[in-house]
Design a protein around this ligand. Structure first.
Ligand code: ZN
Length: 84
């Protein structure tokens, strides 16, 4: 089943403007050198029109409960080991 809108309105962060905004996400597929084909949600910044990545809330770190794993640039794609 093809789902073009795979999220509701979600938050994005513009690193240029240092701004967090909500937008309708666009699914973007890209090639990660470690994990291969990945997809992520992007949106255009309302101020500078730059393509921005999804805002990931900082997670509290649990000390040494999990081994450090490499992930793709967003850490949220289907190929990331942390999502399994
Ligand atoms: Zn911006």
């Amino acid at each position: 089943m093809f789902i073009s809108r795979f999220f509701e309105m979600i938050k994005f962060v513009c690193k240029d403007c240092n701004k967090i905004f909500e937008a309708d996400p666009i699914k973007k597929e890209y090639f990660d050198p470690i994990f291969g084909p990945c997809s992520k949600a992007v949106a255009k910044c309302p101020d500078c029109n730059m393509e921005c990545n999804e805002y990931i809330k900082p997670k509290p770190q649990k000390a040494s409960s999990q081994p450090a794993m490499p992930s793709c640039s967003t850490g949220s794609c289907n190929n990331c080991p942390s999502m399994n």
